[in-house]
Write a protein that binds this ligand. Sequence first.
Ligand SMILES: [Zn+2]
Length: 145
Amino acid sequence: MTNIVKKKVPLREGFWKISSAPDGKPQLLGSKCKSCGEVLFPKKEKNWCVHCNQNDLEEITLSNKGTISTFSVVLQQPGGGFYKGPVPYSYGCVRLDDGIIIETIFSTDNFDSLKVGMDVELVIEKLYEDDDGNDVETFKFQPLS
Ligand SMILES: [Zn+2]
């Protein structure tokens, strides 16, 4: 008799890692240019800064907290098949405490509660189940209040 173990797989490798600190919180991975200070997300595979054209990037972890800078609620499944999660969902931008703005999904069903300027925190959650029964996970931001 075999037990079927559902695996958790990331939507894409390299978006985040789990902190080795006791709290075990997730951290997004970015790149920082050692020449001009530009911070980029997601982490660049090539060591090239789009801002100053130098080959001087290092991997950094980004702040896991920020504030909502814009958002909208998506009511219909987007075309193209790239999004396989549930609808409706809320999507928008978060300004991390580092200053960088990134695109994200928000972890809430209470869309009326979302506000620009609201404090949010990074979470890793299931987006959908793949054909093998694995949970495909992605990063989202969850309102703190
Ligand atoms: Zn640069």
